[in-house]
Design a protein around this ligand. Structure first.
Ligand code: ZN
Length: 142
């Protein structure tokens, strides 16, 4: 049951992505590349007074990298930069197989990618957008 729900979440974000577009309002962009799979994305965020008020992504890649980017944006839009960084840390903990149940709840649909922790070859696909987001935030706040 759980596996099919997670599969549905991923399929839904691939077929009907909410944030796969380019928003003109973005004031920060960052590219992310995962050469081992060929995932190549560009993340666009609009950040106002330390809050991520809008975001989108473009590019190509496998189903996992694309779904992960869409799910991440759904989660971080409306959050503060600090909160987005904390969610990124939780996501990395989940992928490392070290997350607690209450922490997993905070990741909402991103929890659909928990099984990646058992698929080492796909870890870079799932974490690409999150690492790109962290790099963007690091650059943005310099
Ligand atoms: Zn990939």
């Amino acid at each position: 049951m759980a596996d099919s729900f997670y599969g549905e979440v991923l399929a839904d974000h691939n077929l009907h992505p909410l944030h796969r577009e380019r928003i003109d309002a973005a004031n920060f962009v960052c590219k992310g590349l995962n050469p081992t799979c060929g995932d190549d994305i560009e993340l666009q965020l609009k950040i106002d007074d330390g809050v991520i008020t809008d975001g989108s992504f473009t590019g190509i890649g496998c189903a996992i990298s694309q779904a992960s980017a869409d799910i991440m944006l759904e989660l971080i839009i409306g959050k503060s930069v600090d909160e987005a960084r904390r969610l990124k840390e939780l996501f990395m903990k989940m992928i490392a197989g070290e997350i607690a149940d209450d922490e997993l709840d905070e990741l909402e649909e991103a929890g659909a990618l928990q099984s990646i922790s058992k698929m080492p070859a796909r870890v870079k696909c799932a974490t690409l957008s999150w690492k790109t987001m962290e790099k963007l935030l690091d650059d943005a706040l310099q």
